[in-house]
Ligand binder design. Structure first.
Ligand code: LRH
Ligand code: MN
Length: 431
């Protein structure tokens, strides 16, 4: 089997060659269509090419559930190999220049070497993620009954120290943010005092907040349930916003799309956090039931479009609006590299669809309470096939017109299967 390096510019150019004429024809046709709506296709393509989303380091390995994990061939065995796979995703899509690490899953005693390895692959580092939802071997205090909100001050201090360790590692890597998600909560009514648990959360995160370098942000990630199944301390955007406003101007709310009850209007939450100027960023994924961590845009693409519609409205209203976009997915049955590439592209699709909405007309219909034409005008963005724009944006960044085809034809995964023998733990769990 012939191997090719899918990160190689010449390989990508040769993969694009047979597809270029069709793309050019499709792009011209869409351009004509959009011009009739007063939309400049090249301006949209430029904006889409500027869209960036961070890859979750924990997403390049096969994910699992509590029932099992079925690792695929050529799994990355350490954070350095994870970065190599992230390099493939970025080269082929042009949309994922940073990686979001999770400590201790990505812990290393050579963060300088890791930063250099990343730079050599054209990658930087986005928000660091702490982990006080699992116990590590030799850990002094267990997080079984909580971490930052545990009733025992010694456990809280241990969790705070871990978060500060994540900040120190991130500072070496060039990261500028810390995402704090904790599973703290209760499984039964009566198990915890909801008010005091929140006060302990504020006390612990205030200590972490004081350790943030001047140009860092802290992202507070809410989640309705799991691992706690009755009450979660930071269960929704309300608790997250209260905490961010209490902590200070460097604290923001992070919206993981999968952390809400089914049918919750997430785009409304986005609009409120934008209003409060506390929208820090996203963990994009998709879900039908719980925190399923499925590929972004795979279940509810219209909902994703409506979230990006709020982001475009915010962008139009406030130029320096820069939320941190990250994927947070678990790839249980697909090749993680393929899922991450297509998911990054689905975010670009939702962004492009939101950018081509005829907002002038929409404003007029809204002012006239022409409900039907308002809904139709917004939806027209969603129903427009913007694929030529997405492919052209990739080409403008040196990426592939058809990333999955280029990836498969390179036999990168088969080469990794040979180069990365061993390590296939079959247990349960997300990584
Ligand atoms: C919690 C979560 C959080 C990560 C973890 C991997 O469900 O979304 O963002 O730390 O997944
Ligand atoms: Mn998340």
């Amino acid at each position: 089997m012939a191997f090719a390096d899918p990160r190689d510019a010449n390989y990508i150019a040769s993969a694009n060659k047979p597809l270029a004429a069709v793309l050019a024809a499709d792009y011209t046709a869409l351009g004509t269509q959009l011009a009739r709506r007063g939309v400049d296709i090249d301006a949209i393509t430029k904006a889409v090419a500027g869209f960036k989303v961070a890859i979750p380091s924990w997403g390049v390995g096969t994910g699992g559930t509590r029932f099992g994990r079925f690792p695929g061939p050529g799994e990355p065995r350490n954070v350095f190999e994870k970065l190599e796979d992230c390099g493939v995703i970025h080269k082929l899509t042009g949309a994922t220049p940073t990686v979001s690490l999770h400590i201790p899953w990505d812990k290393t005693d050579d963060y300088v070497g890791l930063r250099e390895h990343g730079a050599a692959l054209g990658l930087g580092f986005d928000a660091m993620n702490s982990n006080t939802f699992q116990d590590q071997p030799g850990q002094a205090h267990s997080y079984k009954y909580g971490s930052l909100t545990h009733t025992d001050a010694a456990v809280r201090a241990q969790a705070v120290a871990h978060n500060i360790e994540c900040i120190k590692a991130g500072a070496i890597l060039g990261s500028r943010a810390l995402t704090v998600w904790i599973g703290d909560g209760a499984n039964f009514p009566g198990q915890s005092h909801h008010g005091k648990a929140f006060e302990r959360y504020l006390e612990s995160t205030a200590t972490i907040y004081r350790a943030l370098p001047a140009d860092w942000r802290m992202f507070i990630e809410h989640k309705m349930y799991e691992p706690a199944f009755y009450a979660t301390v930071i269960q929704d955007w309300g608790s997250s916003l209260m905490a961010a406003q209490t902590l200070g101007p460097k604290a923001f709310c992070l919206v993981d799309l999968g952390h809400h009850a089914p049918n919750v209007n997430i785009e409304m939450i986005v609009a409120r956090l934008v209003h409060a100027q506390r929208l820090g960023g996203f963990h994009f994924n998709d879900s039908k039931y719980g925190d399923d961590d499925l590929d972004a845009g795979s279940i509810e693409p219209f909902r994703l479009f409506l979230v990006f519609n709020e982001l475009v409205e915010a962008e139009l209203a406030k130029a320096d609006f820069k939320p941190a976009h990250m994927l947070d997915q678990s790839h249980n049955v697909t090749d993680p590299i393929e899922s991450l590439m297509t998911s990054a592209i689905e975010l670009q699709r939702a962004y492009a669809q939101a950018l081509i909405v005829e907002r002038g007309k929409l404003g007029e219909y809204r002012a006239a309470n022409d409900v039907l034409m308002s809904a139709q005008t917004l939806k027209r963005g969603f129903t427009t096939d913007v694929s030529p724009i997405l492919a052209q944006a990739r080409v403008s960044k040196g990426g592939a017109i058809d990333p999955v085809r280029a990836y498969r034809d390179s036999a990168y995964r088969q080469r990794c299967a040979q180069a990365r023998p061993g390590k296939q733990n079959l247990g349960g769990g997300i990584v």
